[in-house]
Design a protein. Sequence first.
Length: 160
Amino acid sequence: MGLFGRSPDKSPKDQVNEWSQKIRKETRVIDRQIRALVRVAGSLQKSTEVMKAMQNLVKIPEIQATMRELSKEMMKAGIIEEMLEDTFESMEDGEELEEEAEEEVDKILFEITAGALGKAPNKVTDALPEIKPVAAAAASEDESEEDIEAMQSRLAALRS
């Protein structure tokens, strides 16, 4: 420390060297930033080229038209689906209506016949037993025996 608490000043030559070092350091930092910006600019340029190529490949008006058509078809499908659901629901209601109508007919017939219909048995839902015709079975056996004999005679003729 010098007189009056003052430190000795650096020589001008040392100050110039110090400033030169600081300037070189900042220059290197700026150079790194410039190189980074150049890389970013190159990437942006490439992405711009890719976007242009994609825009040429993908025709936006065509896609919009297709999407409109698709939404119309989906709306129609939704409407058709609702109509089908309503139809199926009404078909289920039709079975119930048929049962109710049958009950009403039974009531009216009961009233007309003065209760005699109530004494009659309910409708038969069992299937009738099937009777196999015996004569047809015998005839088919005779025909099959004749066919076998004819085939055997042909086989014998071929062998000789």
